[in-house]
Design a protein around this ligand. Structure first.
Ligand code: PGA
Length: 239
């Protein structure tokens, strides 16, 4: 795992976006798996500005949403699909047919997950990930097998509690669908993103602690091409 540490959040955003634009220039038909959450919001805002000013285009790219909350109304603005659409997809010229997302409340979620993995096909060129306070990746909570497929998962209590900031109501989701660790580990390139002081402890454990399912993010140390981007605060305990 390459550790890339930046002095400020703005430098961290600038570096991720610069490298991301580079990947899209080199491979316009890039296939990406992208998270929602608070971590990438500034990055998506910067990429969207680039989209509007012609600095970057997703016109030939493909995007898969990393996960989706279950048990919410289809139009809940806190759902991953809508967050990605609002923060990124709408601004970068991605054709709507190239945006794939999970539908937790479809009649046969198991088949839907199998189909999602089939559509992913040859795999992702690039996966962006936030990190949960317990090390989860997407909704792959601690204990998730390294070869897990896209599937339904129950969220841990701490994940439910910390999801409150995504929603304008108290009906917090307790389960969801997530791309599995198998597809994440098979990606050509993975970028794990962390900013702010709340992530310092889990980043320290991810970089220096044991590698194992107890901390899913630690498994990325076995990935051949994974970079961890941290700002000064998230990287403060990594010495
Ligand atoms: P956050 O969530 O980006 O909102 O901090 C990350 C996560 O829980 O995966």
């Amino acid at each position: 795992m390459n550790l890339l540490r930046f002095d400020s959040e703005s430098a961290w955003i600038g570096a991720v976006c610069s490298m991301w634009r580079d990947r899209l220039r080199t491979t316009p038909a890039l296939t990406m798996c992208l998270p929602s959450g608070t971590t990438p919001a500034g990055i998506y805002a910067d990429m969207s500005r680039g989209g509007r000013t012609g600095l970057v285009s997703f016109a030939r790219a493909t995007v898969f949403a990393l996960d989706e909350f279950g048990g919410l109304p289809a139009d809940d603005p806190g759902r991953t699909r809508h967050t990605l659409q609002r923060q990124l997809i709408g601004g970068v010229g991605l054709p709507s047919s190239a945006f794939h997302f999970l539908e937790p409340d479809c009649p046969d979620a198991n088949q839907h997950c199998l189909d999602y993995d089939k559509t992913i096909g040859d795999g992702f060129d690039l996966v962006l990930l936030g990190i949960g306070l317990n090390g989860h990746l997407g909704m792959n909570e601690p204990g998730s097998p390294i070869d897990s497929p896209t599937r339904r998962v129950e969220l841990h209590g701490t994940t439910v509690a910390s999801s409150a900031r995504y929603f304008a109501h108290q009906n917090l989701p307790r389960w969801g669908l997530t791309v599995g660790l198998k597809a994440i580990m098979a990606a050509k390139e993975v970028w794990l993103l962390a900013n702010g002081p709340a992530k310092a402890e889990i980043i320290q454990r991810t970089v220096r602690g044991d590698i194992g399912a107890a901390n899913p993010a630690s498994l990325l140390r076995r990935h051949p091409n994974c970079s961890l981007f941290v700002d000064a605060e998230a990287g403060a305990l990594v010495v």
